[in-house]
Write a protein that binds this ligand. Sequence first.
Ligand SMILES: [Ca+2]
Ligand SMILES: [Ca+2]
Length: 225
Amino acid sequence: MIRTTLALAGLAVIVGAQAGRQSGVVKPDLRDTIKASIYADNWFVLYINGKQVAVDPIDFLPHNVVTLDILPEYPMTIAVMAMDNANPKTGCEYGTSIGDGGFILKFADGTVSNSTWRAKSFFTGPLDGDTTNPRIARSPVPTNWFAPSFDDSGWSNATEFSEQEVGPKKTFYDFDFKDAKFIWSKDLALDNTVIFRTRIEKPGWKPRWTTKPDLDISRPNGGKD
Ligand SMILES: [Ca+2]
Ligand SMILES: [Ca+2]
């Protein structure tokens, strides 16, 4: 009996210490997260509000869907680099074939890819579709292309393509992409590396939580702490 009382007293001290340490602190939990579904022909890396949150784990076939939970914070800047399977020197795949791209995204908050997004190609080829003497055109990718502050106002709108034009593979239909559109730059076949950007506004939105991350994921190789 005495032992039990002491044990309960000890527990009360621990609980009290935790409550004290967390007073006034509201942490986000899994109920605050939303589902994200993304499909790229053939590969993508996704940044939200300047942070890398997803990399397509399969850079080639099969055409996989990537799903994950994200913690949405608004305004939300979404930046995606998508790559078609294309040789860096020729723009072709499998020798002399010309492959096509395609990208589609849906978040459970209703965010969907469509032609309101901005798009810009940074690698095109083979120019004029010439696979006999393939030539390519490249422009340098800005180092801060994923940053919320990056100025994409000079970029064109993304172009929407039909499901028939992109031809998604079977796994695509196992996920909810309702109302989302397949997008790319203007040329689905010859543009091979495309960056998309958009900003989702939710006027008046405030986070339910009061905490900010203490960790710095921008330094996965370590820092001078
Ligand atoms: Ca291509
Ligand atoms: Ca492709």
